[in-house]
Structure formats: C-alpha cells, structure tokens
Design a protein. Structure first.
Length: 114
C-alpha cells in the first residue's frame, strides 16, 4: 500500500507527486517538515536511539539530495511544500539547522556547487 514519502501516512485521494528536483530545491532553500522529525522520532524510539533533531534533519536532507525518484505526498504534506515553494522569501525555516550547499572537488580545490 502506498504511503506519503514525508509522514508515512496513507496518501488518500488528494495525494500529489513531486519531482525529486523540486523537493531538492525546497530542501536547499530551508524546507524542513515537522512530520519528518515526528516519523524519525517514532522509529528511533522503537530502536532505543536518542539522537537530536539536527541529526534527523541531516539524515532526511541527505536522503532528499540523493534520491532521484518522484515523491508521493499526502494533502497536508504537499500543502506545506507548496506553501514553502510559493514563499517570496526562501529564508531558513524556523528551528531547522542551517543548510550547507553541496560541495564538489574541482581540480584539487573545493568549490560550492551551483
């Protein structure tokens, strides 16, 4: 059975698909859904792990940056994503760790990827 790729809830009839590029763009501008932390906390609790929110946001950001497949989002999650994408400012989400841009090694030097 399909599930929302952010909160793991059943997607329902109002679910929408978003490309991996679109989700990466949102993450690179500070998108950090609270549902991700809630999901990771529940999994960590079952495994007996006690790691901070910064760790889980970092794990999720790494997953989003590596993923190349479409994301299926339930109505509450895609509403939050769409609200973030339509914001005039792409500032940092309150409470989220700072976003560090991916870096690439180029002829012996590190440079920021654009």
């Amino acid at each position: 059975m399909p599930a929302c790729d952010i909160c793991d809830a059943p997607p329902g009839p109002d679910a929408k698909r978003f490309t991996a590029d679109r989700l990466r763009a949102a993450v690179d501008t500070g998108y950090r859904p609270a549902a991700v932390i809630a999901h990771y906390r529940s999994l960590a609790g079952r495994l007996g792990l006690d790691l901070g929110d910064d760790h889980w946001y970092g794990e999720w950001v790494a997953q989003v940056r590596q993923d190349r497949t479409d994301w299926l989002l339930c109505q509450p999650c895609w509403t939050g994503l769409k609200g973030h994408l339509e914001r005039p400012d792409t500032g940092q989400f309150a409470g989220a760790p700072p976003v560090s841009p991916p870096r690439r090694r180029w002829f012996g030097r590190w440079r920021r990827q654009r």
